[in-house]
Design a protein around this ligand. Structure first.
Ligand SMILES: *Cc1c(COP(=O)(O)O)cnc(C)c1O
Length: 360
């Protein structure tokens, strides 16, 4: 049974006897070996850390469980966050289960349908603002100064503390840190959290080395790469559509300390990686998650060598959350027929002809 990250990694987390060990079954997500990406990168050991397997479909649950446990410990009356979608989905779920009223500020027209529905069904108070994520985060920061609500954005240090457990799991499974970790970067909390996790686990003697950290922003929302704020960030990958990351300084520190990079990929590269993930790996990920795949493909095409390295690519969220992008792309047509055996058999034969299936 999965008892959650507080139970599994409590001795590495800032929790005490007064902290409730709550869980929705977050963490302990699969590490799955790649087939297609490994070929493209000419690298035999490529793994995906499938964070879409968390209870609300993204890695946000790892940090939310600790932020909410701490809020309960401190007798909080409610939680609040700004969100591009997944933080609000996660806050709403944990808030519902553990009896904390939840307020989420979301940017109008910038949140994927599935994520908004999650916040709704869990009963969060959704406030949609006519601005982008960066202005929503600014507003939430001002609101918590006046109102007794707990901020559960990644500015809340417990969020990153919880999220670092994903790095622990990777080392527990591989027996050592990977050579390279590839990860999408939005507010830059997750890349910061993984690095913290890798360092702490190494210092505790569970691994001997540290990975090179490779973070990828979307080209239209790449403040860290450009080294300046982006006023109107644009990209199909709404989870990383952020122009002024809250954890900007720590992300550049991670890049420099690990000898890594923070680069960007354009929407075309993101969509291409997203299609490869779905059609060749059998993994339906969020557009933002595909940025970590797209980044590696881009570096390989520019001549970077991955042969002999061990790579982990963080797949941050589940594709079902964001139905808008796939419905705007072109896929093979479905075939509509009547109910007679002949009609269905003809459709089947056409299909097997196209896909090269033989009846042996
Ligand atoms: C939040 C999120 C990101 C970005 O993570 P940061 O910590 O903001 O850098 C990437 N992908 C998905 C699916 C997310 O929900």
């Amino acid at each position: 049974m999965n008892h959650g990250v507080l139970q599994r990694y409590g001795n590495h987390l800032p929790i005490g006897t007064a902290t409730p060990i709550i869980s929705l079954g977050e963490g302990s997500t699969p590490l799955v070996r790649s087939r297609a990406l490994a070929k493209i990168l000419d690298c035999s050991e490529v793994y995906f850390k499938l964070e879409g397997s968390n209870p609300t479909g993204s890695f946000k649950d790892r940090g939310m469980v600790l932020a909410v446990a701490k809020a309960i410990e401190n007798s909080s009356t409610g939680i609040i966050c700004a969100s591009t979608g997944n933080t609000s989905a996660s806050a709403a779920a944990y808030g519902a289960r553990f009896g904390l009223p939840t307020v989420v500020l979301v940017p109008k027209g910038n949140v994927a349908e599935g994520k908004l529905i999650q916040a709704k069904v869990h009963g969060a108070n959704i406030i949609m603002i006519d601005g982008n994520f960066d202005s929503a985060l600014g507003l939430v920061n001002s609101l918590v100064e006046k109102h007794p609500l707990t901020l559960v954005n990644s500015l809340n240090p417990y969020r990153l503390e919880g999220q670092k457990t994903a790095a622990f799991e990777i080392i527990d499974e591989l027996g050592e840190a990977p050579d390279i970790l590839s990860i999408p970067v939005g507010n830059a909390g997750n890349i910061t959290a993984y690095w913290k996790g890798f360092i702490e686990y190494r210092n505790a003697g569970y691994s001997n080395s540290l990975p090179i950290m490779m973070g990828f922003q979307a080209k239209g929302a790449a403040p860290i790469v450009l080294n300046h704020r982006v006023e109107n960030p644009t990209t199909v990958a709404s989870a990383i559509r952020i122009g002024n990351p809250a954890n900007w300084d720590s992300a550049t520190k991670v890049r420099d300390e690990s000898g890594g990079i923070i680069d960007s990929v354009d929407d075309e590269e993101i969509i291409s990686a997203y299609r490869i993930m779905a059609s060749k790996e059998g993994l339906f990920c969020e557009p933002a998650s595909a940025a970590s795949v797209a980044g590696l493909i881009k570096l390989r095409s520019l001549g970077m060598q991955f042969k002999g390295k061990r790579l982990v690519c963080v797949i941050t969220g589940l594709g079902l959350k964001d139905p808008e992008l796939p419905s705007s792309l072109i896929w093979p047509d479905l075939v509509e027929v009547g109910t007679t055996f002949e009609e269905v058999e003809t459709a089947l034969l056409n299909y097997t002809l196209r896909s090269g299936v033989s009846n042996g």
